[in-house]
Write a protein that binds this ligand. Structure first.
Ligand SMILES: Cc1cc2nc3c(=O)[nH]c(=O)nc-3n(C[C@H](O)[C@H](O)[C@H](O)COP(=O)(O)O)c2cc1C
Ligand SMILES: CCCCC(=O)C(=O)O
Length: 370
């Protein structure tokens, strides 16, 4: 079984409207396809006669340590797919030692997700769990959400900044899919303030959110703050200047602005812009162990996966996500061995062709405090 096979397996039983919600992107879905295509274009160029019996796959990230360099990017509405929802994904991630970024739009409350992760993690291991946040124009609401995430034990906040407005998903429009079905709610939003029912429409996407609110967020919390969805190198430099602790280089899986470049294409430039001062995590189109190694080679500290988790969850719940993570772990290990690498940190730009453009050789974060 390969990562891509989970989609067909899931579609065998999934409501086609929900399958479209997962697979879909903005407008013509040009960026959706570009993400995977960029991985196909890039080639690996292995070294020989310098490997080790075992590869070190662990990564150090802001506030957390993970046993593998593949993390679960935030995805909304897991209870559309299985009754346990985010709890199933969290258990599988914690057992595999993979970091999970829980979506603000989760259908299980963050406290419950964190509790499930703690119970599933091996003895003595703290599960790696971050919380994804859309900063709300109402800062009291935002602060209450941050408090919920911190109280649950989340180790960092991932602020999604690529959504000044909702993405236009034509598949959802055609299907008339705008709301969660009765019985499902965005549990993190329930009772943040009197009478708030957890309706999806409570999440406000505002084009007026700016660096001012990012600075404010850094003041009200001790948690590391990462930004998800920075694509322009100028914004990456600004992020460093504003004291942000990391970037998630992401085009939202092609679900926000269509026709933006593949994240892999932007990676060398973004890595050069941050110059190793903060970690860069990439998501979008990662479907193979070789994809993971390519992203690491171009300066990523780790990679995220979105749709594969949703397909695996729909196909087999906790066990499905467990199989997905084990498969990716084995593929990453295999690709590293074949590249003559002793581990994740032993992978640099010399392992890919064509090489990164001159002057854009990425610096890489050394895993130290940010
Ligand atoms: C069904 C679905 C729901 C998503 N929900 C969120 C979300 O709630 N918050 C967020 O920041 N990103 C969300 N994303 C974007 C993912 O975090 C991630 O950037 C993207 O899926 C990565 O690309 P991939 O699907 O090719 O792996 C979602 C993506 C999908 C496919
Ligand atoms: C308010 C829900 C956001 C979900 C999302 O980000 C996506 O479907 O891409």
């Amino acid at each position: 079984m390969a990562v891509r096979d989970f989609e067909a397996a899931a579609r065998a039983t999934l409501d086609p409207v929900h399958a479209d919600f997962i697979a879909g992107g903005a407008h013509d879905e040009i960026t959706v396809r570009a993400n995977e295509a960029a991985f196909r274009r890039l080639r690996l160029l292995p070294r020989v006669l310098r490997g080790s019996a075992e590869r070190e796959l662990g990564v150090e990230l802001p506030g957390a340590r993970a046993r593998m360099p593949v993390l679960l990017s935030p995805t909304a509405f897991h209870r559309l797919l299985v009754p346990e929802g985010e709890v199933a994904a969290a258990r599988a991630a914690a057992s595999a030692g993979a970091l999970m970024i829980a979506s603000m739009a989760s259908t299980v409350a963050i406290g419950e997700v964190a509790e499930a992760a703690r119970k599933a993690a091996p003895d003595g291991e703290q599960p790696a769990l971050w919380f994804q946040l859309y900063i709300q124009p109402d800062l009291e609401i935002t602060e209450a959400l941050v408090r919920r995430a911190a109280d649950a034990g989340c180790q960092a906040l991932v602020v999604t900044v690529d959504s000044p407005v909702h993405g236009t998903h034509e598949r959802n429009r055609r299907n008339g899919f705008h709301d969660l079905p009765p019985g499902l709610r965005c549990e993190n939003l329930v009772d943040l303030r009197d009478g708030e029912s957890g309706h999806v429409r409570q999440i406000v996407m505002s084009p007026e959110i700016s660096w001012t609110q990012v600075d404010w967020l850094r003041r009200i919390t001790d948690l590391p703050v990462l930004l998800k969805g920075v694509l322009h190198p100028e914004d990456a430099r600004l992020a460093v200047r504003h004291g942000v602790d990391g970037l998630l280089l992401s085009n939202h899986g092609g679900r926000q602005l269509d026709t933006v470049p593949a994240t892999l294409e932007l990676l060398p430039e973004i890595a050069a812009a941050v110059g190793g001062r903060i970690p860069v995590i990439l998501d979008g189109g990662v479907r193979r162990g070789t994809d993971v190694v390519k992203a690491l080679a171009l300066g990523a500290s780790a990679v995220g996966i979105g749709r594969p988790v949703m397909w695996a969850l729909a196909d087999g719940g906790e066990a499905g996500v467990g199989r997905l993570l084990e498969l990716l772990r084995d593929e990453v290990d295999d690709a590293l061995a074949l590249c003559g690498a002793t581990g994740v940190r032993d992978v640099g730009p010399e392992l890919v062709r064509p090489p990164a453009p001159p002057g854009r050789v990425p610096g890489s974060w050394d895993g130290g405090p940010v």
